[in-house]
Design a protein around this ligand. Structure first.
Ligand SMILES: [Zn+2]
Length: 193
């Protein structure tokens, strides 16, 4: 038996396994609903489509930098359950989680418009909410006992991007320009960290 081989092989193994690629920090963007779960729907425009478009734009726009990797809980019109989503999140152990939704009130035309942010009961979640409201404009921020917030171990917020039954919001949220603008703002929030 070649003694050299016996010595070199384990050394090689140690060197190989201690080599790690530069760790990109992970940020999870959760597009709410999907598949048979349309979320809110007004005039044929659904929440599930809007949030998927915004999430996909965030991932696309974020490709220009190397510090953060965006992982989406869904990148097509499918429906991972809430438990699937939080299991995935807790496995990835991301820096932060942003869950995207769109509001709708019972009225036919909502006088209320604009975004709202729900947080976990933690400073990190509230700090993230403050950053988002600084970027998007002052808005309601409050704690809420929602699965994605309660079960995610990472700092998480749920952002309602606007009211689907407010005509102005609906036009903006369903437009390509609006979806890109919103995505760009999230990318700025993520990268300014
Ligand atoms: Zn929703």
């Amino acid at each position: 038996m070649n003694i050299k081989k016996l010595v070199i092989a384990p050394l090689f193994a140690i060197a190989f396994f201690s080599f790690k690629p530069i760790d990109k920090k992970i940020i999870v963007i959760d597009a709410g609903h999907g598949g048979n779960d349309m979320g809110a729907i007004v005039d044929g425009i659904s929440e599930k489509q809007i949030v998927l478009a915004v999430a996909s734009n965030i991932k696309k726009l974020n490709n220009s930098q190397d510090n953060y990797e965006i992982v989406l809980t869904r990148d097509s019109d499918n429906f991972p359950t809430l438990s699937d989503r939080t299991a995935m999140i807790n496995k990835l152990n991301p820096e932060m989680v942003i869950s995207l939704h769109v509001n709708r009130s019972p009225a036919k035309e909502s006088a209320r418009k604009g975004h709202e942010i729900f947080t976990q009961n933690s400073d990190a979640s509230k700090a993230l909410a403050t950053k988002i409201s600084n970027k998007f404009g002052e808005c309601y921020i409050g704690e809420k006992n929602l699965h994605i917030l309660r079960e995610s171990k990472a700092p998480a917020v749920l952002v309602e991007l606007g009211f689907l039954n407010n005509t102005e919001d609906r036009k903006y949220l369903s437009s390509e320009t609006g979806q890109k603008e919103i995505a760009q703002k999230f990318v700025e929030i993520i990268t300014e960290k």
